[in-house]
Every structure is written in structure tokens, then in C-alpha cells.
Design a protein around this ligand. Structure first.
Ligand code: UD1
Ligand code: CA
Length: 456
């Protein structure tokens, strides 16, 4: 078996992004570009993956963790110079090296595999993944000699008018014989418009040495999009979004309007779940089967059970059980957890609170820092008064409690099992089990008073 190595180029600043964030860290469907590239490579049988880092090295390393080894390119002198930094790890080894740019997040593992197989089958020293672009502006152009063999890659900035008419582009993905790659890199010069050491120059050098150079033309230009600016970033997002949505639909998820449905590349959704328009599902969200999500819901890093509905609501870093209904217009803030058959209705905010099975908060309430048991009913307009301006306090509401409308539960406070709070109460001390707490001014009726005041 041939050794397979991969080198990912991720040291550039990405000037054209006009961003404080380093280019390869810009997310596409919630995952950074370079992570897409590495995760795709990881599905192949590579022996080693080396990422060349430079600008934002620490952040790139933190993002990728132990998915890759790293070499530092302290100064960005070009893509050939970048690969040279990997010599300390890979130089002299027998094998094939796949090179991928960290800013081409859409290249699928199948395409990388096809490139690799083409490389093996043609016995080439170097194989370039190329594509035919309607508008090749910005890409390196593939020049072929009279018998159709690749002879050179010329960068946009160095190309003549005539060369710029060539529509076959260099996708920035290649396979090389590892030893020849590192030997040839030493011969690359920087006598070009940008004064950089270009990796594509390796091709011309090898060709002149009489080595076999091969090209694998992918039929899908879209997949090879290089993200250099924010416009291309939005194109990549759109393509990736369509891909993710298609996969969910093929797995049995109904997406009513894919164009307005954004699902992160890490989300998992069960079959027969329906996603209604205007829904954004981010991070490592897991949604069960037979749910109805949306319209207009925003769900981040949340786990949702089966047969649950989330209508026009925001849920962040939380868990929601089975057969539960949230919304419309509810907000579950981080660390909230809802059991099974729970109901969270209109204009309810839940923060860092748990609600047991069958409990209901149907309208206009704030539940913060609370532990709510099972079969609890919290009436309209109830507020857990959890904050004194300095510290946060807990409210504990045990099983089978009924809280009447418009009550303030001043924390720290406990409502014991089966207790009952009368509407309009401000509760400041524990309510014992089975007790009725009334904490409001008594009503007094002043008879015949209105006419006496002569108000009418
Ligand atoms: C590069 C290719 C071009 C190809 C295009 C495909 C070169 C000279 N040109 O152009 O032929 O059509 O990709 O998308 O290779 N990087 C480093 N260190 C450096 C310079 C760049 O690590 O010193 C990294 C960047 O972070 C980036 C990748 O290499 O991830 C490509 O660099 P970029 O500047 O985007 O090259 P392009 O101009 O797009
Ligand atoms: Ca690029």
C-alpha cells in the first residue's frame, strides 16, 4: 500500500476578505472552511495530515485540535514556500501527497479520491485537479501543449490577455509523488508579478524534466470554488446549504422551503420531522423523529426528542424532551431542560431552568434559575424573581404545584409538593406541601362610592 499524506495550506491572512478573522476560519454552514477541508480529508485513508499555519496559527490549531499535525510558516512567501515548511515532517518519505487549500471547503472526498486514483493510474509525478469555469477570473489557468498535455499553470496576475481566455483553471488541489515534490520545491523561484514562490510552478519544472504530469478535470466547477472574498463566501454558503438540505431530505426529513432553511453541517435530524420555512438550526443540534420545527425558529446546540413542536421560537444550548410544545414566541436560554409533554407557550422566557414531565408554562412568564418538578402548572404572568441586582437565586417548585396568574416568586424560595399559590401573590417564603399561599392585599368594596365621588 502506498503511503498517503495530505498537506493543507492555511497560513494566509486572506487580505481580500477584509476581515479581522483569518480567512480559513470563516465559517461555511457553521463550520470553519479549514475544518471542512480537514474533515473531508479525514474520510480518506491518509497516513498523516499536516496543516501549514501562519496568520492566526494559534486559533487555527485550536479549531482543528488533534485532527492534524502542524508546521509554521512564519512569513507568507507563497504556496510553494508554505509546502516547504512541511519538509521537516514529510521530506524524503515514499508516498503520494495530496495538497488542498484551506479556502476550498466544497471539494468532496469523492473528488479527492478520484483525483488520487487518476494520479495512481497515470503513473504521474504530479496530478492537478482542474475544472472548467464560465468565469475563470482570479484562478490560475491550465496551459496545455499541442498534444493536450499540461505544460504550465499561469496565475491570473502573470497571464497574458490570450492566456486569460483559457477557461480551464487550477483548483489548488493536487497529488504529488512526495519525494519529487520536496526536491522540486527547492527549484521554484519568485520571479513573478507577486514576488511569491508559487506551488503551481512545480508543474512546469517537472514537465521540463520530462516527468509525467496529469490533470483530472472535474465536471463540477461549483465544488472547487476558492473563497477569497465575502462574495465567494456567500456562494460557498449557498452551495453547502443546498447540499446539507438535500442530504436531510434524502434521509426522510421534509424541508418545506430549502432556500430559507439553514442547517449546520453538524446537525442530526430524525426522519419524518418537518422543517418549516425561516428556520435556522446551528451547531451540534440533534432533533428526533416526527417533530415539527418552525416556521421561523432558531435552534442552537440543542437536543430535541421525538414528536416535539417548536413554533417561531429561539432555543439555545438546551434540551427538550418528547411530545413537548414550545412557542409561538418562546425563548429558551442556555442550560434549560424541558421534560416530556411539557408546554412552553407564548412570550415565555426560560433561563437555566429545568421543567419536569407534563409541566406547563403557557403564557407570558419568566422562569430563571428554577427547578420545576412534574405536573406543575405555572399561570400566566408568573415571574421568578431571581436577581437582587448583584446575585442570582434559585426557585424550587416541586411536583404537582399550581401557581396562580401574575405571581412573583422571590428567590431563594421553595414551593413544596402539591402547594397552591393564589393569583397575584408575591411569595417570599416557603409554601408548605398541600398549603394555599395568598400574599396580596384583600379586596375591599366601597359601596355606593362611585356616585358619591361624582365622577360620572
Ligand atoms: C491559488 C493558486 C491558483 C489557484 C487557486 C485555487 C497559487 C500561487 N495559486 O491562488 O493557481 O487557481 O489557488 O483556489 O498557488 N497560503 C499559505 N501561505 C502562503 C500563501 C498562501 O498558506 O504563503 C494559503 C492560503 O491561506 C490559502 C491557500 O494557500 O488557503 C491559497 O492561497 P491564496 O492566496 O488564496 O491563493 P489564490 O490566489 O487563490
Ligand atoms: Ca484562494
Amino acid at each position: 500500500m502506498t503511503n498517503i499524506f495530505a498537506v493543507v495550506l492555511a497560513a494566509g491572512q486572506g487580505t481580500r476578505m477584509k476581515s479581522k478573522l483569518y480567512k480559513v476560519l470563516h465559517p461555511v454552514c457553521g463550520k470553519s472552511m479549514v475544518e471542512h477541508v480537514i474533515d473531508n480529508i479525514n474520510t480518506l485513508n491518509t497516513n498523516r495530515i499536516v496543516t501549514v499555519v501562519g496568520h492566526g496559527a494559534d486559533m487555527v490549531k485550536e479549531t482543528l485540535g488533534n485532527k492534524s499535525e502542524y508546521v509554521l510558516q512564519a512569513e507568507q512567501l507563497g504556496t510553494a514556500h508554505a509546502i516547504q515548511q512541511a519538509e521537516q515532517l514529510l521530506g524524503g518519505l515514499e508516498g503520494t501527497t495530496l495538497v488542498v487549500c484551506g479556502d476550498t471547503p466544497l471539494i468532496r472526498p469523492e473528488t479527492m479520491k478520484a483525483l488520487f486514483e487518476h494520479h495512481q493510474n497515470t503513473n504521474a509525478k504530479a496530478t492537478i485537479l482542474t475544472a472548467i469555469a464560465d468565469d475563470p477570473t482570479g484562478y490560475g489557468r491550465i496551459l496545455r501543449d499541442t498534444d493536450g498535455q499540461v505544460s504550465q499553470i499561469v496565475e491570473q496576475k502573470d497571464a497574458t490577455e490570450e492566456q486569460r481566455l483559457v477557461k480551464e483553471i487550477n483548483t489548488g488541489t493536487y497529488c504529488f509523488d512526495n519525494k519529487s515534490l520536496f526536491e522540486t520545491l527547492k527549484l521554484v523561484k519568485n520571479d513573478n508579478v507577486q514576488g511569491e514562490y508559487y506551488l503551481p510552478d512545480v508543474i512546469q519544472i517537472l514537465q521540463k524534466q520530462g516527468e509525467i504530469i496529469s490533470a483530472y478535470v472535474t465536471s463540477n466547477f461549483e465544488e472547487t470554488l476558492g473563497v477569497n472574498d465575502r462574495f465567494a463566501l456567500s456562494q460557498a454558503e449557498e452551495i453547502m446549504r443546498a447540499r446539507i438540505n438535500e442530504q436531510h431530505m434524502r434521509n426522510g426529513v421534509t424541508i418545506i422551503n430549502p432556500a430559507s432553511t439553514h442547517i449546520s453541517s453538524e446537525a442530526i435530524i430524525g426522519s419524518d420531522t418537518i422543517i418549516k420555512p425561516g428556520t435556522i438550526i446551528e451547531g451540534k443540534t440533534v432533533i428526533g423523529e416526527d417533530c415539527v420545527i418552525g416556521p421561523n425558529s432558531h435552534i442552537v446546540n440543542t437536543t430535541i426528542g421525538d414528536r416535539t413542536t417548536i413554533h417561531s421560537s429561539v432555543i439555545i444550548d438546551s434540551t427538550v424532551g418528547n411530545d413537548t410544545a414550545v412557542g409561538p414566541f418562546a425563548h429558551l436560554r442556555p442550560e434549560s431542560s424541558l421534560g416530556d409533554k411539557v408546554k412552553i407557550g407564548n412570550f415565555v422566557e426560560v433561563k437555566k431552568s429545568s421543567l419536569g414531565n407534563n409541566s406547563k408554562v403557557s403564557h407570558l412568564s419568566y422562569i430563571g434559575d428554577a427547578e420545576v418538578g412534574q405536573n406543575v402548572n405555572i399561570g400566566c404572568g408568573t415571574i421568578t424573581v431571581n436577581y437582587d441586582g448583584k446575585n442570582k437565586f434559585k426557585t424550587i417548585i416541586e411536583d404537582e404545584v399550581f401557581v396562580g396568574c401574575n405571581s412573583n416568586l422571590v428567590a431563594p424560595v421553595t414551593l413544596k409538593e402539591g402547594s397552591y399559590v393564589a393569583a397575584g401573590s408575591t411569595i417570599t417564603k416557603e409554601v408548605p406541601s398541600d398549603a394555599l399561599a395568598i400574599a396580596r392585599a384583600r379586596q375591599e368594596n366601597k359601596l355606593n362610592y362611585v356616585s358619591k365621588l361624582n365622577l360620572k
